[in-house]
Design a protein around this ligand. Structure first.
Ligand SMILES: Cc1cc2nc3c(=O)[nH]c(=O)nc-3n(C[C@H](O)[C@H](O)[C@H](O)COP(=O)(O)OP(=O)(O)OC[C@H]3O[C@@H](n4cnc5c(N)ncnc54)[C@H](O)[C@@H]3O)c2cc1C
Ligand code: FES
Length: 246
């Protein structure tokens, strides 16, 4: 069960059009990369899940895109506001298992924040990041090692991140494993490339959420020949079992 607490907003900064960097001081339990917080937004009955993009000296960093009313209200929070939150929740990215090579992070758009947290706490990583265009790029300069792709070729490579990953693997670059977060088509394509090359892969899945703590089953997805809860059994799943139906 996630611990419920009151946090205090320290800052809210705009990173790009419709994307915000929110810092909240809160006593999170085990704020590990890949885990998330579940935020109550006044006026909305359900909490909103947001992945940790960092956590330093008790201040959680949350980078989010405005999608609807809940995230629009969060963008209007101001320093000193109090926030009702649960966290940290879910299973984060697994620790390296000693395999040779780097951990490659494959991210798309607003999937980058949890991967940045992982990269900052595990320096032996290389990130392949994809965005729609140059104007949508966020966080890229903060990764220790990153190659940039855009769908329209306006910055970096004109390709999708999983295609760059495929090239790395074809060139026999040592890749210990892949961690992916982003839109579902990118996760599926990345999992497919990893399957073809026998590279371990873990994906951070997204579903609409209710309780966030495993009780309501709103967030179930197919995994390992059964149904699993993204909030409690994930959000990070072994790609070998994610999406595998009964
Ligand atoms: C484990 C987890 C971690 C997440 N981390 C982040 C993060 O770090 N940064 C971030 O920007 N967003 C993240 N999200 C997505 C975020 O929770 C939703 O965008 C947000 O809840 C939308 O709330 P809203 O009130 O603004 O939009 P709503 O009005 O509730 O929805 C507007 C539209 O947004 C889309 N949407 C809403 N919820 C989700 C969802 N869970 N998954 C996919 N699409 C959704 C739908 O298309 C919907 O029609 C995460 C989701 C999960 C499950
Ligand atoms: S959101 Fe309730 S079980 Fe996952």
């Amino acid at each position: 069960m996630g611990k419920r607490m009151t946090g205090t907003v320290r800052s809210v900064a705009r990173l790009a059009d419709g994307v915000y960097d929110l810092r909240v001081e809160a006593g999170l339990t085990n704020p590990a990369p890949g885990r998330f917080v579940h935020l109550a937004v006044p006026g909305f009955p359900l909490r909103r899940p947001i992945s940790l993009c960092g956590c330093e000296n008790g201040v959680a960093r949350l980078v989010f895109a405005v999608k609807g009313g809940g995230t629009a209200a969060m963008a209007a929070w101001r320093p000193g506001d109090t926030v009702d939150l649960l966290g940290a929740l879910g299973n984060g990215f697994p620790e390296p298992d000693g395999g040779a090579g780097k951990t490659v992070l494959v991210g798309g758009g607003i999937g980058l924040p949890p991967l940045l947290y992982y990269a900052k706490t595990h320096p032996d990583t290389h990130c392949i990041a994809g965005f729609r265009s140059a104007g949508h790029v966020i966080l890229a300069g903060e990764f220790p090692s990153l190659e940039l792709c855009t769908d329209d070729g306006s910055a970096g490579f004109s390709s999708y991140p999983h295609q760059r990953l495929e090239e790395l693997l074809k060139n026999r670059e040592p890749v210990a494993r892949v961690l992916a977060c982003g839109p579902e088509p990118l996760l599926k394509a990345t999992a497919k490339v990893c399957r073809e090359f026998g590279t371990p892969c873990f994906v951070s899945a997204e579903e609409r959420m209710g309780c966030g703590v495993g009780a309501c089953l709103v967030c179930v997805c197919a995994a390992g020949g059964t149904y699993k809860r993204v909030c409690k059994d994930g959000p990070v799943f072994d790609a070998a079992e994610w999406g595998e139906t009964v």
